[in-house]
Design a protein around this ligand. Structure first.
Ligand code: GLN
Length: 539
């Protein structure tokens, strides 16, 4: 732990889904704007080593970092707000903690001691709390503790937070508790009792929160704030109201209005390095909230019942629409509901179509029909990962005439495996962390749509997949008009495909959505939106 680093821990109470990640990212944004270098990390209480094996229906998107870590989707928010990158160090689960401790035990590192939750598990948690700080790059490290106070699962984390105060020193340590103040319509009253109880639970664990951030659908009257301060043992001006916002990108400004940043700085005895500089952020918000044009885009995938499964894609559209003051109405469409006889009706009002990443066979035929519809009707199309692979399969079947072409993920016996497992993937039996993960280089063909978008011919993009374009078919595809416009210079693997004679038809094997941020919208999303606007004009 660097001696000068300040540590802020954010816990949650009353219910889950209060948006700890957004509050953490917003506070970090405000501190960053005051000239501090800030990192955010998330500690998740579940037993999976990482969320890579979790079903997106259950946990939303799995976010991939530059170094190939499969992480919680909150890390996406951290990157999108702060415009900085995260890594494996920024996301630790109980599973990883126990795995480390048990591995050490097997190595005999505990020298015959009985291995226990306290101190061995808590020591391992604290070691991980402080790892980012060892880089000595950060003035402030914000640690979000997943789950709710009182959950059996998060107890060791809470205990480690209590202990951490003694390691760090109380001047460098702060706890923010995020809680809910529900409104009882019948009584016309905001209720503080659930918050009182959740703070009591923290106190029982030996932690006195310094600041309460209170999610609420209504403004907190003075009396309510006073009551919260009195019963929860916090200073009156440290009861911060967090009203529901129109967009998550409003939250930094709302928190600034509530002086969350000032309270934090004064409690940590920090003085700001420069005046809050949020001009670019405000400019983005201004454009986002005052659109001058509108487009309808279909996002076709199989996890549409939980939009969090496509979090980064949804946010990428928000970032990329703002520069051209374009409101993107995103329609999430289940590919399982798309059949040849009804597809025209379902897709005809769309100005652009994106086929999403995904795994497994379910809904594949609907996706193939979607690509065919976009290709034939010259509707701007963007395929990401599985979406690109489907575009390749569709082209093989309907343009080249390889009727049974498929990916070996969907049909192991296909006579035309146009998408196939990489050689190095063939002998892998373990599921977790074994895909092609993280950042890889790509060389982009001059004059291609991708090159126009990036404005350069080299990029690094993040991957998360096992299957690849099968280069045995490359020539055949090129002869028929599909262009491999991005190639990995080391392996020769196809990273981007495009179509000639189409307004905008681009598929990427990588995931551009992981690199889109508020201040740096991803060029492929920006160009996709521009192509849609242009195409609409020419209709
Ligand atoms: N299932 C495909 C693969 O593993 C695509 C993965 C994805 O879309 N992320 O290659």
């Amino acid at each position: 732990m660097a001696p000068s680093t300040k540590y802020i821990f954010i816990t949650g109470g009353v219910t889950s889904s209060l948006g700890k990640g957004i509050i953490a990212a917003s506070l970090a944004k405000l501190l960053q704007a005051k000239g501090f270098s800030v990192a955010i990390q998330k500690f998740d209480p579940y037993l999976n080593i990482d969320p890579g094996t979790l079903n997106p229906y259950e946990h939303g998107e799995c976010y991939v970092t530059e170094d190939g870590a499969e992480t919680d989707l909150d890390l996406g928010h951290y990157e999108r707000f702060l415009n900085t990158t995260t890594s494996q160090l920024n996301n630790v689960t109980t599973g990883r903690i126990y795995n480390n401790v048990i591995t050490k035990e097997r190595r005999g590192e505990y020298l015959g001691k009985t291995v226990q939750v306290i101190p061995h598990i808590t020591d391992e948690i604290k070691r991980n709390f402080f790892k980012l700080g060892e880089e000595e790059k950060y003035d402030v490290i914000i640690t979000e503790i997943g789950g709710c106070v009182g959950d059996i699962e998060s107890l060791p984390f809470i205990e480690a937070v209590r202990q951490a105060k003694w390691d760090i020193g109380s001047n460098n340590f702060l706890v923010i508790h995020l809680t809910l103040i529900p409104y009882l319509a019948a009584a016309k009253e905001l209720k503080t009792k659930p918050t009182q109880h959740s703070v009591k639970q923290l106190l029982e664990a030996g932690i006195q929160p310094d600041i309460l951030v209170c999610r609420s659908e209504h403004h907190l009257p003075l009396e309510v704030k006073k009551k919260l301060a009195l019963f929860c043992n916090v200073e009156f001006n440290c009861v911060i109201e967090a009203m529901d916002a129109d967009t998550i990108y409003d939250v930094p400004l709302l928190m600034k209005k509530e002086k969350l940043d000032e309270r934090v700085l004064s409690k940590l005895k920090l003085s700001s390095k420069n005046n809050t500089e949020l001009e670019q952020w405000k400019d983005f918000l201004g454009r986002l909230k005052n659109p001058t044009q509108e487009i309808n885009v279909g996002l076709v995938g199989k996890y549409v019942s939980l939009p969090d499964a496509y979090k980064s894609i949804i946010e990428s559209f928000i970032h990329a629409g703002a520069p051209s003051e374009c409101k993107v109405n995103l329609n999430l469409i289940s590919s399982e509901e798309l059949h040849p006889e009804s597809i025209n009706k379902k897709l005809e009002d769309l100005d652009g179509i994106l086929v999403a990443p995904g795994f497994g066979e379910r809904g594949l035929e609907g996706k193939i029909e979607t690509v065919k519809f976009a290709r034939e009707n010259k509707i701007p199309f963007f395929g990401i990962c599985l979406g690109m692979q489907v575009a390749v399969i569709e082209f093989a079947r309907n343009v080249i005439g390889l009727e049974k072409a498929n990916s070996t993920e969907m049909d192991i016996n296909t006579p035309h495996p146009v998408i196939d497992l990489m050689e190095e993937q063939k002998n892998i039996v373990q599921m977790g962390g074994t895909m092609r993960l993280g950042s890889y280089p790509c060389e982009i063909k001059k004059g291609s749509k991708a090159a126009q978008a990036y404005g350069k011919t080299k990029n690094m993009e993040r991957h998360r997949h096992r299957y690849e374009f099968n280069n045995k078919y490359l020539e055949l595809f090129q002869e028929n008009g599909m262009i491999p416009s991005g190639i990995n210079p080391e392996s020769g693997l196809v990273e981007i495909i495009e179509l000639k004679n189409h307004p905008w038809f681009v598929g990427t094997q990588f995931h551009p959505e992981y690199k889109s941020t508020v201040l740096n919208p991803h060029p492929l999303f920006v160009k996709f939106i521009e192509a849609i606007i242009e195409n609409k004009k020419n209709k």
